[in-house]
Design a protein around this ligand. Structure first.
Ligand code: SF4
Length: 314
């Protein structure tokens, strides 16, 4: 029996006004996420991955031109941010109010979305702080965010995001500002929480190594288009798109202790306003032919396990 997707994006294109030309942030994106699934959306800076999260959360600016769309079939309605949909950002200070105590901020979510009374919400905040690994939560619940370390603040932001038991958690580079030890702890925490609650996770990252720690499925974005997606074990073992292979080589080089991020991919991504008639990766692809510059590669394979490259399946 086919599961009803929690989230479906169909032909999603987003243009943002800019000078001298508008930015094509997304160019016809198809993507789906099943209930409880953990999907990592991977791509370098400017690939459009954060725009995907903003589009899902309904947070794109009013002036954005949007075509195609997003649906939440398993919910059957628009999600309510905070209740159905939690958001974790790269910088936890962006989600935390510096003036309010962490207990008040977590409690607010429960009062607003679960109808809790304040005393009850405070008790629940203590439990949530303990669940995300804050030691002595009863003693820390009334502290403001600045009394916590960067890693602890990210744990508190996660506690807020999961407080109302959302069906979907969106996480935008949640570990990239943290050192590698804390990064691993936060990823393990996220992994445990979404498994425990049956929450679907959409994790945005530039780092395939981060994706490989947590994702059931990986989708690779390049210049606003999906270039490959598939089960994590397949994509990491036998990537089909030259860009995915390059990202994987970088992740492995970094894991082995050498190399700079993205140093292994020569050239730069296309200008965000550029018209791209052919394969957007052609100027950087070691396997490009004349056809690649003129003809956009069609998606080959299954919608959940496929690739857009002329060399695959031809
Ligand atoms: Fe490279 Fe051509 Fe495949 Fe694009 S379509 S990834 S340029 S081989």
């Amino acid at each position: 029996m086919r599961l009803v997707p929690l989230l479906e994006l169909r032909g999603l294109s987003v243009r943002l006004p800019a000078e001298p030309v508008p930015v094509h942030a997304l160019r016809g994106l198809d993507l789906e996420l099943l209930p409880g699934e953990r999907l990592a959306l991977v791509g370098e800076s400017g690939s459009g991955k954060s725009t995907v999260l903003l589009a899902i959360a309904g947070l794109l600016p009013d002036e954005a031109e949007i075509t195609g769309g997003r649906r939440f079939p398993a919910l059957g309605r628009e999600p309510t941010p905070g209740r159905d949909l939690g958001l974790v950002l790269q910088d936890p200070f962006a989600s935390l109010d510096p003036v309010l105590s962490v207990g008040e901020q977590i409690g607010e979510v429960l009062v607003a979305h679960r109808g809790a009374r304040w005393a009850e919400a405070r008790r629940a905040a203590v439990v949530l702080l303990g669940r995300v690994g804050i030691a002595e939560p009863e003693a820390r619940v009334d502290d403001p965010p600045h009394r916590f370390s960067g890693g602890q603040r990210q744990r508190i932001a996660i506690a807020m995001a999961i407080a109302a038991g959302p069906r979907l958690l969106l996480a935008d580079e949640p570990t990239s500002a943290l050192d590698t030890v804390v990064q691993a702890q936060i990823l393990d925490l996220l992994d445990g929480l979404v498994r425990e609650q049956g929450t679907a996770l959409l994790l945005v990252t530039h780092d395939l190594a981060v994706a490989s720690r947590i994702a059931d499925r990986i989708a690779v974005l390049y210049a606003g288009r999906l270039v490959e997606s598939g089960p994590a074990f397949r994509l990491l073992r036998s990537p089909r798109h030259p860009y995915t292979r390059a990202l994987l080589a970088i992740a492995r080089a970094l894991e082995a202790g050498g190399g700079e991020p993205l140093a292994a991919i020569p050239g730069a991504p296309p200008e965000p306003g550029a018209e791209l008639p052919g394969c957007s990766f052609a100027p950087r692809c070691p396997l490009a032919s004349a056809r690649c510059a003129e003809e956009r590669p069609a998606w080959r394979g299954h919608p959940r396990d496929g690739v857009a490259c002329h060399l695959v399946g031809s």
